[in-house]
Design a protein around this ligand. Structure first.
Ligand SMILES: CC(C)(COP(=O)(O)OP(=O)(O)OC[C@H]1O[C@@H](n2cnc3c(N)ncnc32)[C@H](O)[C@@H]1OP(=O)(O)O)[C@@H](O)C(=O)NCCC(=O)NCCS
Length: 153
């Protein structure tokens, strides 16, 4: 069955927040760390108006979610999370391609990612370049790899 990329409904947001939490946990963080990240891993209803969100669905099951925020020439990747049991099957690449399309259509020329260190090799693999570090939005004092993906016209 084919992978469908579509917008989520508002009543799917709590389930998507849970998906992000499960997905982030694959890197083996402890409970305290995960709780500190919970807000950043959650969706709020206004996200559907203020940002661009898409899910990847196959056989009626949601396998992953992506969220970007566009401001002028720059798109910020806020979330990209895949269900743990289906990682490395192309879902992340498909959702990132959707984010690239939206960025191109809305005039953004690059996508900036403040990545989990475990996910940085994925972004490099799909064409992003390293661009320094950025402070974590959840854990004071933690620095994250910052990567930039150029959106080709
Ligand atoms: C990182 C993540 C989004 C990647 O999505 P995915 O569906 O597993 O990745 P894909 O299958 O589309 O992989 C695309 C390519 O990147 C490679 N890749 C994926 N994850 C990788 C990793 N952790 N390390 C090295 N390469 C990786 C794949 O092998 C594939 O290469 P190929 O085209 O040569 O086969 C996913 O693993 C995930 O959700 N991880 C946990 C949560 C997380 O950290 N999210 C990112 C927050 S910034």
């Amino acid at each position: 069955m084919a992978l469908i990329i579509r917008s989520p409904d508002i009543d799917e947001l709590p389930g998507l927040s849970d998906l992000c939490f499960r997905s982030k946990a694959v890197w083996g963080y402890d409970e305290k760390f995960m709780e500190a990240c919970r807000r950043e891993l959650s969706f709020a209803p206004q996200d559907l108006e203020q940002t661009h969100v898409a899910v990847a669905e196959e056989d009626g099951r949601i396998l992953g979610v992506v969220q970007i925020r566009i401001s002028a020439a720059e798109a910020e990747l806020l979330k990209l999370f895949i269900e743990p049991e289906v990682v490395r099957k192309g879902t992340g690449r498909a959702l990132f391609a959707w984010a690239t399309d939206v960025s191109r259509r809305t005039g953004a020329s690059r996508i900036v990612v403040e990545a989990d260190p475990g996910a940085a090799p994925f972004y490099r693999k799909i064409g992003a370049r390293d661009a320094g570090q950025a402070p974590s939005g959840s854990i004071p004092g933690r620095m994250l790899p910052r990567l930039v993906f150029d959106v080709l016209r």
